[in-house]
Ligand binder design. Structure first.
Ligand SMILES: [Zn+2]
Length: 82
């Protein structure tokens, strides 16, 4: 059993993706956030909430999540500019 802790949902997903041979994943929330809805993914480009299934973009070992095609295009542009 492996317990990972992350400051936000995006980081948690990234950590989970890095764990090999996982059988099942359980997500626990901090007591303070149980009132709020389920944690949502946040767009890595604009920071807005992602409703429904996110668009994922893999670059190297990192996985980015974006809310729409426009953010995907802009994120790619930003990443390739670096
Ligand atoms: Zn966005």
């Amino acid at each position: 059993m492996v317990i990972v802790k992350a400051p936000d949902f995006n980081n948690l997903i990234k950590l989970i993706n890095d764990i090999k041979d996982k059988e099942s994943v359980y997500v626990a929330l901090e007591p303070a956030s149980t009132v709020a809805a389920l944690p949502r993914l946040v767009c890595d480009y604009c920071g807005g909430p992602i409703n429904g299934s996110p668009i994922t973009y893999k670059r190297g070992r990192r996985v980015y999540y974006v809310c729409c095609r426009t953010c995907l295009r802009e994120l790619k542009r930003k990443l390739h500019a670096v």
